[in-house]
Design a binder for this molecule. Structure first.
Ligand code: LYS
Length: 298
C-alpha cells in the first residue's frame, strides 16, 4: 500500500517576514490531498504541529531568533518524521519556513536507512550563529544538519551530523552570503547554481544530482523551497530573488525524481500566501508535489 503522510508545520519564527505560517493551509486549500489520491496514493493527513505565534514570544538572542521555540518544534517534528519512516510511509512535510528542515533531517537520520539529499533552494541555508547577518534560523538548516551551528540545534535527534555531505546536493542556488559560500566550499556538498542549470540544462543537473544523492544510500529526501522558482511564477514566497528556475524546469526536475523511484520523503517550504496572488504559489506547490509522486501529463 502506497501511503503519504502529510505533516503541516505552520512556522514563521525562523524568518523575518511573516506569513509562511499559512503555507500548510494554502497548500491544502489548493487541493493537495485529492490530487495525490487521484494518482493512486493513500493519503493520511496528520494535521499541523502546534507552533506558537511570535506575538506570544520574545527574541532572546539576535543571532538565533526564537531559538527555544524552534528547538521545541523540531524536537517534536523529528519524532513524527522518524515514526513515518519506521512505518514505511512517506512523510510529506508542509511549511512553514525552512527551519523545519532541522527536524525533518534529524528524523530521517534516526533510522537505519541512509539517505541522500537534494535541496532545491535559492539560498545555501548554510549559515551558523557566527556567519548569519539576519539571525534567522531558516538560513541555517543545512549547516545544522551537517553538525555546524548552535549546539541546541545540532543536538536534536542525538546524532550531530545528520547528512552525508558527499550525498548532498543543492540545486538552483543564486544568492548566498560570503562566509556561507566559504563554508559550503569547505564541505563536500555539491552546489548546482543557476548558471549550471543554464549551461547544462535541468535534465543533466537533476540526473547528476540523483547520481550523487543515491550513491550508496537507501533513498533520497527532496527538500523544496518554493523560492527556487522565479518570482514571476512563484510570487508567494518569504524571500523572492529574481532569476529563478522556470515552471517547466521545476516540473521536469520533479518528474525525473519520480522516475528514479528513490524519493523516500519530501518537504515543501516557504509558501507565503500573504505575498501571493490568488494562491498561485501554493497551486504550483501542489502540482510539483504531484509530479514528484508520479503524476504524468500523458
Ligand atoms: N542567507 C540569508 C539568511 O541567512 C537568507 C536565508 C533565506 C532562507 N530561506 O538570512
Amino acid at each position: 500500500k502506497k501511503v503519504i503522510r502529510i505533516i503541516g508545520v505552520p512556522i514563521d519564527l525562523g524568518a523575518d517576514r511573516r506569513g509562511v505560517d499559512m503555507g500548510p493551509s494554502a497548500i491544502r486549500y489548493a487541493g493537495l490531498n485529492a490530487r495525490l489520491k487521484r494518482i493512486g496514493w493513500d493519503v493520511e493527513d496528520y494535521g499541523n504541529l502546534e507552533v506558537p505565534v511570535p506575538e506570544t514570544r520574545v527574541i532572546k538572542d539576535k543571532r538565533l531568533k526564537y531559538l527555544e521555540e524552534i528547538v521545541a518544534i523540531n524536537e517534536h517534528l523529528h519524532l513524527i518524521v522518524s515514526e513515518a519512516i519506521k512505518e514505511g510511509v512517506i512523510p510529506l512535510i508542509l511549511g512553514g519556513d525552512h527551519s523545519l528542515g532541522i527536524g525533518t533531517l534529524a528524523g530521517l537520520a534516526l533510522n537505519e536507512r541512509s539517505f541522500g539529499l537534494i535541496w532545491f533552494d535559492t539560498h545555501g541555508d548554510y549559515n551558523s550563529l557566527d556567519t548569519t547577518s539576519s539571525g534567522n534560523i531558516h538560513g541555517m538548516p543545512l549547516a545544522v544538519a551537517n553538525g555546524i551551528g548552535a549546539q541546541e540545534l545540532t543536538s536534536i535527534g542525538g546524532v550531530q551530523k545528520k547528512l552525508r555531505e558527499e550525498n548532498t546536493v543543492i540545486i538552483g542556488a543564486r544568492e548566498m552570503d560570503t562566509e556561507e559560500k566559504e563554508m559550503l566550499r569547505k564541505s563536500k556538498i555539491k552546489v548546482f547554481t543557476m548558471r549550471d542549470i543554464d549551461q547544462m540544462g535541468m535534465t543533466e543537473v537533476v540526473n547528476q544530482g540523483i547520481k550523487i544523492a543515491s550513491q550508496g544510500t537507501d533513498g533520497i529526501h527532496v527538500s523544496f523551497d518554493l523560492d527556487v522558482i522565479d518570482p514571476e511564477e512563484a510570487p508567494g514566497v518569504g524571500t523572492p530573488v529574481p532569476g529563478g528556475i522556470t515552471y517547466r524546469e521545476a516540473h521536469l526536475a520533479m518528474e525525473l525524481l519520480a522516475d528514479s523511484g528513490l524519493i523516500t520523503s519530501m518537504d515543501v517550504v516557504e509558501v507565503n500566501p500573504i505575498l501571493d496572488t490568488h494562491n498561485k504559489t501554493a497551486k504550483l506547490a501542489v502540482g510539483l508535489i504531484s509530479s514528484a509522486f508520479g503524476e504524468r501529463i500523458f
